[in-house]
Design a protein around this ligand. Structure first.
Ligand code: FES
Ligand SMILES: [Fe+2]
Length: 445
């Protein structure tokens, strides 16, 4: 008689261990333990978190808009200490060894305590040069180890993002504006506003702690929508919905599709948030403006036997520069396409999410407002109901003037939709003390 022999699908048993059973004639005869490299969480568009996702599903989930967090991914790649050292070495090069030693001792979260504000830009520039030499190889290896087998495209622009507490960096805000999203806040945007390919996938790697109060805001409600712009920025009447905010530990790698609307959250903590970013395209990059392609490497530009842990100690670029591709459609092709009326530009569907903001008379507020709902009273004033009491408040965010009527109420505070400042509805106080308070008033109705 022939025995029926099969292997069960892998079952998760403990941290990074999975087991597969060998089954003969319906009886388990052996169990094999397998060690997996990564611990992966996925955050779905509805905010639900699925822990311990399989590596096989990472790319499909990312393309579907889920946010992937590879927990302690840099430690698993044996690159965590090296990535911290890259930042410390840049500090040493600009500020000297005493300052570098102090940051090493207290953690990169305390950069703002030890590095003078005037030196931050130089530290950023120094680290950026080092990253350009090393990070593309790291990114290529990361996605290969996440199961991407075919050749893909790796962006050559790896960035460091040093977001200091807002109250500390405020005086430099104007000066840092040219480093939008790296040294200062980037409001809600799609990366394709900067001509990032619409098929790009981002990596966002925590070098130090990332707190939900100093990280990124990602707006799942507008996933797949291309909101109308005004002067290159999202039109101010657009409703973005509640963002997802994330806490990440040092070494965690966040992977997300660049077509997510996202923003930097104003840093109301007393820690500097340090992350490294890079991106890939699985297929040929598709640019909103094909005449301005960016530079990518093919993933095969990096040696297959590259020792990851050696990358950071190597001087110079680790790979094959001949495979440094200026990808996308060439200017000439673009010109011809335009001439004959071909449209090579693909965008997510353009959709306005403006909502009707009909004012409600003050006398009607108690009756018409439900708990936590925001209503417009007039051009300058909104109202909400908290613990059964109607409270009116200024409509303009005291940070950069976003319309708080499009925000939301959480724990007795109004949350600004643009950079996530929160304002207390009892005192008007902002989550960053250097920002002036909001006008709030309890109203008798
Ligand atoms: S937090 Fe920036 S405009 Fe409100
Ligand atoms: Fe971005």
């Amino acid at each position: 008689m022939l025995a029926t022999l099969l292997f069960s699908s892998p079952v998760y048993c403990s941290n990074k261990e999975w087991c597969t059973a060998l089954i003969v004639n319906n009886k388990v005869v052996a169990v094999f333990l397998e060690l997996y490299m990564y611990t992966i969480d996925s955050i779905k568009l509805n905010g639900e978190v699925e822990h311990q996702c399989s590596i096989d599903s990472v790319i499909a989930r990312t393309l579907a808009g889920e946010l992937i967090v590879v927990r302690k991914g840099m430690q698993d790649l044996e690159l965590f200490d090296q990535s911290v050292d890259l930042v410390i070495n840049s500090i040493e090069a600009v500020c000297g060894s005493d300052v570098a030693a102090a940051v090493k001792r207290d953690g990169v979260e305390k950069i703002h305590v030890h590095v003078a504000l005037d030196q931050v830009e130089a530290v950023y520039a120094n680290a950026r040069v080092e990253l350009a030499l090393k990070m593309p190889a790291v990114t290529a290896k990361t996605f290969e180890s996440l199961g991407v087998k075919q050749d893909f495209y790796v962006h050559d622009a790896s960035l460091i993002r040093l977001m200091m507490p807002y109250d500390v960096m405020k005086s430099k805000q104007k000066e840092f504006q040219k480093h939008l999203g790296k040294l200062t806040l980037h409001g809600p945007h799609h990366d394709h506003y900067q001509n990032v390919p619409i098929n790009a996938i981002n990596t966002w790697t925590a070098v130090g702690r990332v707190d939900s109060d100093n990280g990124m805001l990602i707006f799942p409600d507008v996933w797949g929508k291309n909101l109308p712009l005004e002067n290159g920025e999202i039109r101010p009447d657009q409703h973005l919905g509640r963002p997802i905010t994330l806490d990440m530990n040092p070494g965690d790698i966040l992977i997300f599709h660049s077509n997510h609307m996202h923003a930097s959250r104003i840093n109301s903590t007393n820690e500097t948030r340090v992350v490294l970013t890079n991106r890939i395209c699985l297929d040929k990059p598709e640019y909103p403006d094909a005449a301005r392609p960016q530079k990518y490497f093919l993933s095969s530009a990096f040696p297959a036997d590259l020792d990851l842990s050696a990358i950071f100690s190597l001087k110079g670029f680790v790979g094959d520069k001949r495979k440094h591709l200026k990808t996308g459609l060439s200017k000439a092709v673009h010109k011809i396409a335009t001439k004959v009326g071909l449209d090579f530009v693909k965008y997510p569907v353009e959709t306005s999410t403006a909502i009707s903001l009909e004012p409600i008379a003050i006398t009607q507020l108690d009756e018409q407002l439900s708990e936590g709902q925001i209503a417009v009273v007039d051009d300058k004033t909104c109202a909400t109901k908290v613990d059964g009491k109607v409270i009116s408040f200024g409509r303009k965010c005291p940070h950069q003037g976003a319309d708080l009527a499009l925000g939301f109420i959480e724990n007795g505070k109004v949350f600004c939709p643009h950079h996530g400042l929160t304002l207390c509805l009892k005192t008007g106080e902002a989550s960053c003390s250097s920002i002036k308070s909001l006008r709030v008033e309890a109203i008798e109705v």
